[in-house]
Unconditional design. Structure first.
Length: 131
C-alpha cells in the first residue's frame, strides 16, 4: 500500500511509542495532578524537538552516505557498522547540542556525566545520582 518496507517498522514503533506516552501521561496525571503544568510539559516538548531534529539529521546523514559514497556500501557488515556508528555519533551530538542550546537540564546532566568519565571510579558512580 505505502511501500515503506523497513521504514514502516520504525514508523509504527514511533506511533506506538506516542500512544504509550499519551496513555501513561493520562494515567499519571490522574494520580499526580501536578504534572499537568507548564513546568512539566515544556521540557518534554523541548526534548521532543531535540529528538526529532536529531532523528532528521541521522536520517539525512544515513541516506546521503549510503547512496552517494561507496565506502559505506551497506551490503557488507563492516560498512554497515561504520555507517551506524557515524550516524550515532552525529545524531547523539546533535541531540546533546540542541538540548543544551534549548536549556534542557537533562541534556546538561548527560554532558556532565560524559565529562566525568575521565575520572571513572566509585566517585563517578556515586556522583551520577546526586544533583
Amino acid at each position: 500500500f505505502w511501500h515503506w518496507n523497513v521504514w514502516g517498522l520504525a514508523f509504527s514503533a514511533s506511533v506506538i511509542d506516542l500512544i504509550d506516552f499519551a496513555i501513561l501521561y493520562f494515567l499519571l496525571s490522574r494520580k499526580f495532578p501536578e504534572i499537568i503544568s507548564v513546568a512539566f510539559i515544556k521540557p518534554v516538548f523541548l526534548m521532543a524537538v531535540s529528538a526529532v531534529t536529531s532523528g532528521l539529521v541521522s536520517f539525512v546523514l544515513v541516506r546521503q552516505l549510503d547512496f552517494r559514497f561507496s565506502f559505506f556500501d551497506t551490503r557488507y557488515f563492516a560498512n554497515l557498522v561504520s555507517l551506524t556508528l557515524v550516524s550515532l555519533l552525529f545524531g547523539g551530538s546533535t541531540y546533546l547540542l540542541i538540548s543544551y542550546k534549548l536549556g534542557i537540564n537533562e541534556g546538561r546532566k548527560v554532558i556532565l556525566w560524559i565529562s566525568r568519565i575521565k575520572n571513572f571510579g566509585p566517585a563517578f558512580l556515586s556522583g551520577l545520582f546526586q544533583e
